[in-house]
Design a protein around this ligand. Structure first.
Ligand SMILES: C[S@@+](CC[C@H](N)C(=O)[O-])C[C@H]1O[C@@H](n2cnc3c(N)ncnc32)[C@H](O)[C@@H]1O
Length: 298
């Protein structure tokens, strides 16, 4: 029988064709095929592998060699310390989106009670991170894709957050329109599609509805800002994730709809301006502009 060590060596060799880190990927595929953790794998490299498991590992490697992203091959991916189910119905949660979570957590105190809103929740990654970090809030999460919401539902259940994260199918803030008339959210976060249409082809494995932001990438964000102006009460902190080079354009779109808003821009760990933040509503005559973080005001 083949040993784990032999199978690992073979997977590493094959994965070199598609992976920048074939050693790590081989281990992750093996742990998935064998149903064990990485420490368990490493502690028993001389163990024999059941032929059915060998075949499964090889099938997973075949999928990877076809170009399928590793998270879809594994069926799960980690975000903000949570292991989330991911399928091709949802965007693979990205590390830079942790910047969006952190921006929102800065304005939601640890003991806060009330509502946070996650628009375009996908796998539920941001909603789960917020609900996990702030144990007394509830999160209303919307998405246009019923298939994405089904995945979010599973992830929410996985972490026992069913009672605290409510899912709404529909367009941006529209499903919450009535609720927002009586309830002022602690924060609204949105990681919406922002990839210019012409650049979506290279991300072919992920759902177009999660990526395609129209010709300049900002079409969905503009519609969101229109709804934010029309539906959100004053003085709600709003945070939008944006793509490389989009922070200036999105800030201008915000100012067009919220002329007195003080707009902040927060960079991700790679130093890329990633999250545009502002407060809804207008500055009262003579009072200083409301600001989320004066040091970052653009
Ligand atoms: C870039 S993905 C972000 C997913 C998740 N929030 C994350 O950060 O990993 C954008 C999500 O917005 C959803 N979406 C696209 N257009 C929408 C709309 N008009 N209304 C609500 N959700 C929308 C997509 O289905 C997708 O799940």
């Amino acid at each position: 029988m083949v040993s784990r060590r032999d199978l690992r060596r073979e997977l590493r060799r094959r994965l070199r064709a598609v992976s920048e880190d074939p050693e790590l990927e081989a281990d992750l595929l093996l742990t998935r095929a064998l149903g064990i953790s990485r420490p368990e794998l490493l502690a028993g490299l001389d163990e024999p592998v059941d032929p059915k498991r060998v075949r499964l590992a090889e099938q997973l490697a075949d999928c990877r060699l076809e170009g399928k992203p590793l998270p879809y091959v594994l069926g799960e991916w980690e975000f903000y310390g949570y292991r989330l189910k991911v399928t091709p119905a949802v965007l693979i949660p990205r590390p830079e989106t942790e910047t969006l979570v952190e921006a929102a957590l800065e304005v939601i105190p640890p003991d806060a009670q009330g509502l946070a809103v996650d628009v375009g929740t996908g796998s539920g990654a941001v909603a789960i991170a917020l609900a996990g970090a702030r144990p007394h809030i509830t999160v209303a999460a919307t998405d246009i894709s019923p298939a994405a919401l089904a995945v979010a539902r599973e992830n929410i259940s996985r972490y026992g957050l069913d009672g605290r994260i409510e899912l709404y199918p529909g367009d941006l803030l529209l499903p919450l329109k009535d609720r927002l008339q009586s309830e002022r959210p602690l924060a609204v976060v949105a990681n919406l599609p922002y990839v210019p249409t012409a650049e979506t082809a290279k991300l072919a494995w992920e759902p177009p509805a999660a990526l395609d932001g129209g010709p300049d990438g900002l079409a969905v964000i503009r519609r969101f800002l229109d709804q934010a102006r029309d539906f959100l009460p004053p003085r709600v902190p709003v945070f939008l994730e944006v793509g490389y080079g989009q922070a200036g354009g999105v800030s201008a779109e915000v100012r067009r709809r919220f002329p007195d808003a003080s707009v902040t821009v927060r960079s991700d760990l790679a130093g890329i301006p990633r999250v545009v933040g502002f407060l809804t509503g207008h500055r009262r005559q003579g009072s200083p502009a409301a600001s989320l973080s004066p040091a970052l005001t653009s």
